[in-house]
Design a protein. Structure first.
Length: 189
């Protein structure tokens, strides 16, 4: 990868994290890897992170680089068991685990709660987590109610238009969670 491609990648990564992180100060301590990938340290609300690597040799080089930097505790290589999915170098705490399946399947509620926990693990803002849940799970619900129907496509299009116009949700994320829990003030973990 040449320098132009690497700097374009780090600029994309920077935009990605600026749009998602609750504490953007962590970006000051981020490490730019040789291929331009941005490794953002753990700290504050962010409990860990990862970068994709091509294999064990690249993982060793990334670990050697990051172990000299603050904010990258518990560095480890996590190989993929799927040829379609990249290997990772991870740091920080372990990711939240998915709950046990009910009758061999996950419920949408379980998946949504897991996505919320994972978003918090990576230190994403409540607004970003809320938008993900709204967009990802509302389109799933529409597809379950009317698979392949125009309604599902219309719903997806409406969400995309609202996102482009940066329409603010009526409720804040904590209020939405409380409403989902029957008015209780606590948030899911």
């Amino acid at each position: 990868m040449d320098d132009r491609e690497a700097s374009a990648r780090s600029a994309r990564d920077m935009k990605y994290f600026i749009a998602r992180l609750d504490d953007r100060k962590l970006l000051k301590a981020a490490v730019v890897l040789e291929d331009g990938t941005l490794a953002v340290p753990a700290g504050g609300k962010r409990h860990g992170g990862y970068v994709c690597v091509s294999g064990i040799a690249e993982a060793r080089a990334v670990i050697a680089l990051l172990e000299r930097e603050p904010g990258f505790p518990n560095l480890r290589y996590v190989p993929s068991h799927d040829r379609e999915v990249a290997h990772n170098v991870r740091w920080g705490d372990k990711l939240p685990r998915l709950p046990r399946r009910l009758r061999g399947m996950y419920t949408m509620e379980q998946l949504a709660k897991h996505d919320i926990a994972e978003g918090r693990f990576y230190g994403y803002s409540d607004q970003v987590i809320f938008e993900h849940i709204r967009e990802h799970f509302m389109s799933r619900i529409a597809n379950i109610l009317m698979p392949g129907a125009a309604f599902a496509d219309e719903l997806r299009t409406a969400f995309k238009k609202a996102k482009r116009r940066k329409v603010k949700p009526v409720k804040t994320f904590p209020a939405w969670v409380a409403a989902q829990q029957g008015g209780q003030g606590s948030r899911p973990s």
